[in-house]
Design a protein around this ligand. Structure first.
Ligand SMILES: [Zn+2]
Length: 413
């Protein structure tokens, strides 16, 4: 066994065991606190709702534990088990030329990965979410979504893969810089295309109707000096009962999107506070900062791949017999997350810092108590646990636990 194979196996074992250990802690912590609503929430959240959140969290985390093991095994089958090599040799035997072979391998691998993930997605949608009353997806809608995603993979994915492989062949030693420019351009294109072209394929967006709520929203936008291309309501209830609000786009093309489920459960002052929080992300340039960070991470990753692609042990150590650009790219995408797993807490910490900043902005621009009421309602309606394991939360959570967030808001009052 090569040294690199050993490093891969040890790292995969450590990440999988860490995922299982953190999940186990989380389940135990939630179970311990299942029968008592935390003091700070006792007036607002019933014991029944608290227990439902505990059971929903436990069911999701238990399933994630199973998936951690399944994902690890599948990765072993793809790499050392020879799955990727088998697929590569099958395409090679057709003698289509390097570009077509590479594109065919990548697209077929993504399709196989998608098909293998299907049972898990079906279980999550029609069993897990269904059991807790969140699922609104019908079998017909599920199939329609799947077909649309397939068309998108072919229409957007194939030209992108083809161009990337062409640059890898033609752009010389610094191909990774060329591919990085392509990837960055593609990311910016998607930031424009997602809200305007792609999201409307899956959901209906209607401008927020005239009335007291629109007036409230417009006043908040004027007060905080934000320009936007409109406030939209999305039919999130087509797929789930979970509520949300988000911002998309750049500069003057910003759009504000409310899920219809959110508008149904929150009052005007609470929606205003949630929107003020989202505006806080814009005020502090969190979105731009995240995109710049993504660009930097992809540049570093591609530079690393530029070196790995010339190392014979990178292929042989991961079960691929014939080195090629497309095999290197696919191996990197499959195996990279195993090695970058331990960056997760760093990313989560950065994200939580941004959430506190956005909350502080909301506290200045809107009613703090409305913000707290909105948070409690969102936790209750989404059956999110109020008592996460502190270590699990620190490792994964992009948002601070409810108790800390509310304590922070109260300290600003
Ligand atoms: Zn936020």
């Amino acid at each position: 066994m090569s040294g690199f194979t050993l490093l891969f196996l040890v790292t995969l074992a450590i990440t999988t065991l860490t995922r299982l250990w953190l999940a186990g802690r989380h389940v135990r912590h939630v179970a311990t606190h299942r029968d008592r609503v935390p003091l700070a929430f006792r007036r607002r959240i019933t014991l029944a709702a608290h227990r439902k959140a505990a059971d929903y969290t436990t069911a999701k985390v238990r399933f994630a534990m199973l998936m951690a093991v399944v994902d690890g095994l599948l990765l072993l089958i793809w790499t050392l088990g020879g799955g990727l090599d088998l697929l590569d040799q099958a395409w090679r035997s057709l003698n289509l030329g390097p570009l077509a072979t590479g594109t065919a391998l990548l697209v077929s691998a993504f399709l196989v990965i998608g098909i293998l993930e299907l049972p898990a997605t079906l279980y999550e949608t029609f069993v897990l979410e269904q059991r807790f009353g969140f699922n609104h997806v019908t079998p017909g809608l599920f199939v329609a979504d799947l077909l649309k995603q397939l068309v998108l993979l072919l229409v957007i994915g194939v030209p992108l893969i083809l161009t990337a492989l062409w640059l890898m062949q033609r752009a010389g030693d610094r191909w990774w810089l060329a591919v990085w420019l392509l990837w960055s351009g593609f990311t910016l294109f998607m930031i424009w295309a997602y809200p305007t072209v792609i999201a409307p394929l899956f959901n209906k967006f209607t401008p927020l109707k005239r009335g007291p709520l629109l007036k409230r929203v417009e006043q908040l936008l004027a007060r905080t000096g934000f320009e936007s291309r409109g406030v939209f309501v999305m039919d999130g209830s087509r797929r789930s009962a979970h509520g949300n609000a988000y911002f998309t786009g750049f500069g003057r093309h910003k759009r504000i999107v409310f899920f219809d489920t959110l508008l149904k459960s929150l009052k005007g002052s609470e929606i205003e506070a949630v929107l003020a929080h989202e505006l806080g992300h814009f005020h502090h340039r969190h979105i731009v900062k995240r995109i710049v960070l993504m660009f930097a991470v992809s540049l570093a990753s591609l530079a690393l791949l530029g070196w790995l692609i010339r190392q014979p042990w990178f292929y042989s150590g991961l079960g691929v017999s014939t080195p090629s650009d497309h095999a290197a790219l696919l191996l990197f995408l499959l195996v990279g997350p195993v090695f970058s797993f331990f960056l997760q807490p760093l990313m989560a910490w950065g994200s939580r810092r941004h959430e506190y900043q956005a909350d502080a902005f909301a506290a200045r621009q809107a009613d703090i108590n409305a913000m707290i009421r909105a948070l409690v309602k969102l936790y209750q309606e989404n059956a999110s646990t109020l008592t996460p394991d502190p270590l699990y939360s620190a490792f994964y959570d992009s948002h601070p636990p409810a108790s800390l967030r509310i304590a922070h808001l109260q300290s600003l009052a």
